[in-house]
Every structure is written in structure tokens, then in C-alpha cells.
Write a protein that binds this ligand. Structure first.
Ligand code: AMP
Ligand code: ZN
Length: 465
């Protein structure tokens, strides 16, 4: 497996710390609203990455947080609390909002065939862990108290901008510019670890801490939740590109200061989904969700295919015209696969050969488009039907497009057709035996189910009423 690493800005061989096992951490959603299809682009790509690692024979443990506290409407510790904003909007409590949108998120994920990570941990479960890390940072002199909040002191670090020497302007992409200066901060990039005093007196969730009643800043949760479940050395950390700064930069700063050594080896960042007006974002108000796509008649897996057609390191522009094209592609692809008869014996050697081809091609920095190309190559190949179906089933462990699943409507139709045809046959037998009462009873039974039959010169034809 080769992966682009945002730390080194290069595509590198992926070598886990422990042979055969991967520790993988994903920044989860902030659950104050529905996920938009941009967020879900990131989760689809991360899902493919996880499945690909497993597909290539590695054992993966994947952890995801749920941000249910601490994320302010600007990524730089300013603005309103996102959860509180959601609660006010919907006249609910913060915990009700968190529960509702966490469930909505996983229901969207299920529709997109995104696997739930092995561990999912809401930030509000881990307050003692946050306090423990903040205490450690204070003891080691990496944090300070000012204006009754605790801040991380970025001037104590040899290197703060770790992502491949990007300059500050580049890193500020995605950070909103309505940032009001916090005068407690000693350095511009210092960030809050724990708030006891902030401008929101009505902060709904508060906890006791050695520094007074308060709540955590946003970044601390990912360092703590990751270490809680995956230890102090992490193989792989994922998120959307906007998470690179300040979120991931701050995660690295506090984690490595706390543990005193390198924390995570590979950083995987998914580029944004944009709409025609620019970056898709929840704070814009109107945004595209999976439910909206469904309401418009799209199968959510069409959106998954749309994402897989492009590379995760390129921005992707969404439009309904392109989605329509993808819907047509998906339909054609599925009917081509459905036409592959399950005949012959599975050629195990070919199965292995094509499996390895997929690992090679898609394993080259998550090249999902190459995976789709290989799928068409399988269909075009001279392999027998059973082997083709075996390979497709194998590939679908990563692509997760339900390639071999018959459309529900068609499946129902097939079932219905078989039932109606059996009854028609029975009726013909009854007629032949001059049992007209029985023949009529069958006709009535079908009619009661909304099936009309007609005797024609070509035989019996049926239709739905
Ligand atoms: P949030 O719920 O805002 O914390 O974001 C959840 C995930 O979606 C994070 O990994 C973000 O980096 C990612 N994300 C946010 N906006 C987009 C977008 N337009 N395209 C792709 N990923 C995004
Ligand atoms: Zn995070």
C-alpha cells in the first residue's frame, strides 16, 4: 500500500508500527446538524481506505470521536458553540441534539455502505481523560492559565506548522475570517484547552475541573480519544482537508508535548466537495444531505459511486447533471453484472490474481477510479461467470456498491412474476380438467391481489391493476 502523507507531502509506502496491524483514527462529525454530502465524501473515502487496508490483509482497529461539545462556530476558539446553536435553533437540549444528529449521521452512513468504526466515542464521555492531559501539559509548561481559561502555548514548540512547510496563509484556508482576537492568548496561534470563563454564560454542558467549572476546547478530544483506544503511537489519522489547520496541527502540538515523542506517522486528508458556488458547508444554511438526494429519487449509492469516480486528493464539484450521469452509469453497471450468469466453477487462481491486481492498483494512494476500471476489465474478460461474480463480490468488499444485490423493485417483480406464472399454470391445468370453479377461484384470487389476467390467442397475459 502506498499513501500520500500530508506530513511529508509525498506518496509513501505504508508501513504500520506493528506488523500486520493498523491503528486508525478518524475525526468524527460535529453533531449539531445533519452531515452534508461534503462531509460524507470524507467519510466515504476514509471507509474505502479502511476497507482497502483490510483487503490487503491488514488487521485494522479504527476509532472515531463524536464532537458533542467544544466546537465553536469558528475553528479558532471564537464564535458561538455549535451544539448550543443547534439546541437553540430546535428548542431542544444539547444532549437531545447530539443524540438526534448522531443517529442521523450513522443512518446516512448505513445508506452509503460506510462501515461503523470499531470504536465510536462521544467527547462528553471522556472529560476525565481531557483533564488528565491538560494537567500534564500544565505540569510540563506547555500550557498556561489566562483569563480563567487554560491555553496551549505554541511558542514552546520547536515546530508548530508540521504539515510540510506550508505557510500560514495556506493553512488558513478553510478557517473563517470572522475571528475576533482573544486577548488572553500570549501568541496568536495559542488555543484553548479548557474554558472556565467564556462569553457564553449559558453554556449548557459544564464539568468540574481543577480550574473551575467549565468545558473543553475542541482539539483536545481527538488526542485523548485516540490515545485512550489506540495508545501513544498511531499509524494513521484521517479527516477532511479543512481539519489540517488548526485542528490537526493543534492535535499534534498537544499530543506530542504530552507524550514527549512522535505521535502519528501518516496523515490522510480528503479534499473538499464543492458546489457550484464554492465549498459546501453547514453554516451556509441550505446544504445537500443524503435525505435530500433520496427525496429527489437518487439511490444513495449513486452518490458513493460519484465519489469513487474521483481521486480523494482533488477537489470535487457536485452538480445534479453529473449525478444524473452517475445514476445512469450505476444502472448500466448493475445490469451488466446481473447479466453475468453464475456458471462454471470459480477459478481460485484467477480470483487471487485479480485480488492482487486490485490491491496494486487501488492501493496506489487510494485510486478508486482504477478500481472501477478493473471492475469493467473483469466484465470484459474471458473468465467464466462464476469467477467473474466471485471477483466482483471480492471488489465490492472495498467499493461497497451492492454490485451483486438485485434492485429491490426487480427482486419483488421476480418474486411476483414467479407467483403469478405458477397460478396461471395451475388455472390452465384446472381448465384442462374441466374444473372451471377452481379456474375461476384462481382468477379471483389473483384479482384480489391486484393482478388481472386475460385469455388471448397468444395465451394468458397478465397485468397489475
Ligand atoms: P464536521 O462535522 O464539521 O466536524 O466535519 C466532519 C468531516 O467533514 C471533517 O473531516 C471535515 O474535514 C469534513 N468536511 C467538511 N466540509 C467538507 C467538504 N465540503 N468536503 C469534504 N469534507 C468536508
Ligand atoms: Zn479531530
Amino acid at each position: 500500500m502506498r499513501l500520500y502523507n500530508s506530513l511529508t507531502k509525498r506518496v509513501e509506502e505504508f508501513i504500520p508500527i506493528e506488523e500486520g496491524r493498523v491503528s486508525m483514527y478518524t475525526c468524527g462529525p460535529t453533531v449539531y446538524h445533519f452531515a452534508h454530502i461534503g462531509n460524507l465524501r470524507s467519510y466515504i473515502c476514509e471507509d474505502v481506505l479502511e476497507k482497502l487496508l483490510r483487503f490487503s490483509g491488514l488487521d485494522v482497529k479504527r476509532v472515531m470521536n463524536i464532537t458533542d461539545v467544544g466546537h465553536l462556530s469558528s475553528d479558532a476558539d471564537t464564535g458561538e458553540d455549535k451544539m448550543l446553536k443547534g439546541a437553540k435553533r430546535e428548542h431542544k437540549t444539547v444532549m437531545e441534539i447530539a443524540r438526534y444528529y448522531t443517529d442521523a449521521f450513522f443512518s446516512d452512513c448505513a445508506k452509503l455502505n460506510i462501515k461503523t468504526p470499531d470504536v465510536v466515542e462521544p467527547a462528553t464521555n471522556c472529560i476525565p481523560e481531557f483533564i488528565h492531559m491538560i494537567e500534564g501539559l500544565l505540569e510540563k509548561g506547555y500550557a498556561y492559565k489566562a483569563g480563567e481559561n487554560i491555553y496551549f502555548d505554541t511558542s514552546r514548540l520547536k515546530e508548530y506548522y508540521v504539515f510540510g512547510n506550508q505557510n500560514e496563509d495556506e493553512l488558513m484556508v478553510g478557517v473563517r475570517d470572522d475571528v475576533t482576537e482573544d486577548t488572553n492568548k500570549r501568541n496568536k496561534n495559542d488555543f484553548v484547552l479548557w474554558f472556565t470563563k467564556s462569553k457564553f454564560e449559558d453554556q449548557a454542558l459544564k464539568w468540574e475541573s481543577p480550574w473551575g467549572v467549565g468545558y473543553p476546547g475542541w482539539h483536545i478530544e481527538c488526542s485523548c480519544i485516540s490515545m485512550k483506544h489506540l495508545g501513544e503511537r498511531l499509524d494513521l489519522h484521517c479527516g477532511g482537508i479543512d481539519n489540517m489547520f488548526p485542528h490537526h496541527t493543534n492535535e499534534i502540538a498537544q499530543s506530542e508535548s504530552f507524550i514527549g515523542h512522535k505521535w502519528c506517522n501518516y496523515w490522510f486528508h480528503v479534499h473538499h466537495l464543492n458546489d457550484e458556488t464554492g465549498k459546501m458547508s453547514k453554516s451556509k444554511g441550505e446544504f445537500l444531505t443524503v435525505s435530500l438526494l433520496e427525496k429527489k429519487g437518487y439511490d444513495p449509492l449513486v452518490y458513493r459511486l460519484f465519489v469513487l469516480q474521483s481521486h480523494y486528493r482533488k477537489p470535487l464539484t457536485f452538480s445534479f447533471e453529473t449525478l444524473d450521469q452517475t445514476a445512469a452509469t450505476y444502472k448500466k453497471l448493475k445490469s451488466r453484472i446481473a447479466a453475468v450468469a453464475d456458471e462454471g466453477n470459480v477459478d481460485e487462481a484467477a480470483l487471487k490474481e485479480w485480488h492482487d491486481k486490485f490491491v496494486q492498483a487501488v492501493g496506489d494512494d487510494c485510486n478508486t477510479a482504477m478500481g472501477l476500471t478493473l471492475l469493467y476489465d473483469v466484465l470484459k474478460s474471458e473468465l467464466n461467470g462464476a469467477t467473474k461474480r466471485g471477483i466482483i463480490e471480492d471488489y465490492d468488499r472495498v467499493l461497497s456498491l451492492d454490485l451483486l444485490k438485485e434492485d429491490e423493485e426487480e427482486a419483488v417483480d421476480d418474486e411476483l412474476r414467479a407467483y403469478v406464472e405458477a397460478r396461471i399454470e395451475e388455472r390452465a391445468e384446472a381448465k384442462k380438467a374441466k374444473d372451471f370453479a377452481r379456474a375461476d377461484a384462481i382468477r379471483d384470487e389473483l384479482a384480489s391481489k391486484g393482478i388481472m389476467i386475460k385469455d388471448t390467442r397468444e395465451g394468458v397475459v397478465w397485468s397489475r391493476a
